[in-house]
Design a protein around this ligand. Sequence first.
Ligand code: MSP
Length: 612
Amino acid sequence: MRPSHVLPGHRLRRYGPAGTMLRVCVRPLGRLGTFKVCFQGYVGPRHYSSSSFSGSDDSRDARAYFTTPIFYVNAAPHIGHLYSALLADALCRHRRLRVPSATATRLSTGTDEHGLKIQQAAATAGLAPIELCDRVSSQFQQLFQEAGVSSTDFIRTTEARHRLAVQHFWEVLKARGLLYKGLYEGWYCASDECFLPEAKVTRQPGPSGESCPVSLESGHPVSWTKEENYIFRLSQFQEPLRQWLRGNPQTITPEPFYHAVLQWLEEELPDLSVSRRSSHLHWGIPVPGDDSQTIYVWLDALVNYLTVIGYPNDEFKSWWPATSHIIGKDILKFHAIYWPALLLGAGLSPPHRICVHSHWTVCGQKMSKSLGNVVDPRTCLEHYTVDGFRYFLLRQGVPNWDCDYYDEKVVKLLDSELADALGGLLNRCTANRINPSGTYPAFCTTCFPSEPGLMGPSVRARAEDYALVRAVATLPKQVADHFDNFQIYKALEAVSSCVRQTNGFVQRHAPWKLNWENPADAPWLGTVLHVALECLRVFGTLLQPVTPNLADKLLSRLGVSATERSLGKLRFLPRFYGHPCPFEGRRLGPETGLLFPRLDQSRGWLVKAHRT
Ligand code: MSP
């Protein structure tokens, strides 16, 4: 059996220099058609270089548009969804620290509300589809608000502005000769909302032992579909997509996902069915001029990225294609093949960047309703605090491979890194006992000269102390590089390692053994505290994208004002480098409570009574 959406008889011929303009001669199903496809902005592979969004685009006006996937509303949000959104949020917040202009960075999220999956879920729940959409969409909105996702836009695909954008996009594809009507026959997986070739389908015993066809990848049931649909000439974009990706290896990150896409592009790329019979799928956007067909939910969903920025009005051009799509690995093909092909077809550039993450499992198993192991993110935010849970997901989530969730892991990580290491460090340097004046003490250049290895009775700094200064001085750049490479967990690992080093510094010099009253001790005591507070100021600044409330508490305690928290203003230990330090002598903030209280393992969850 061969699915007939694999349409034979297409030929692609290209004229002119690669990447400028393509004239394509196509012979679909025996008919001869010739048309021009102008790849707007496609002026050669280098055009899509990632350099413009990887840190070197920090000019005041440069715009950056981050997106999360839009979430299906067939079920309540889980921690995997929150993880997708937090990755995007952290990238976006880090960018805002570099380019503080409020209009330079945009973050969109939203809900994907059309399609067979939603239509069926609503029917099962005995609700009208829009009732289900309203209910679950507001759950996502509420979750993201509680979790501090700093989105600038929330889109619902059932909105009128989106219908307009999708129908316009469709008309453009049609006018460019990229849609035709053909017979689609093959497997459709409603859960994954995708068409599958025979090779991707297997059989599994159903509830009463009968053999049921399921998707090889997801295990979800598939059904045989045979109908006349509109079909997009995807096959014509195989070579342009290869060129785009080969010329821009940074486009898809991490690297293994880039190679996976290139590999897919080595296989046959059949044309894509982009509509369904309305009698079968009524919950969607009708094909313009043909009410008997509903637009395929993935075409509908992907266009959300354009709707948000005002498409089809010209305003969208000031944001497109400076886009970073943050997505899970299961939807890579839709974003790295279908979407760029649709965009090229519509005369638009592909997105600048696609950042891919892997999945969360729970105690070694895939999260699923039937296994009853779905972790509710709102409960986690409540138990571990917003900042605690954000820190956990972003510190432990490694985009390259799946990560396993269990409660003990959260408790262990937060107790050791936030409560003990970071909170303990702050407490050690600000406690009344050690810092009775409650100020940012002065730095003594004689005790800690900028040149290592100097000898003298008043020189107190040792080789390890210079290593600490070097490590913290280079930390902001390291963190920025990790953010640029979509390795946020590495940025947090680097911060955590510097926190440990700073604790080592304090431990080594045991300021609690020094005496403010003793003129031989006082300058060095002040210097030890000054260096430790400077390190804390760097940590607080760099943690803002991940733990915004905790970072605020830390920076406020250090007396750092709101205008002194951007990366541009972050000058570590200026006195060491011969510059004045604006913080020296400044009063510390009044809030003296614990930065992050330890979680009580014996009672399982956070003991709220300890909170200040
Ligand atoms: N609606 C589509 C996306 C359309 S974007 C134009 C969709 N929705 S989804 O709700 O199923 O998934 C949304 C995101 O959540 C995807 O990035 C997906 O990878 C992510 N996750 C779903 N389960 C996950 C885990 N268990 N772990 C981490 N992320 C997971 O796909």
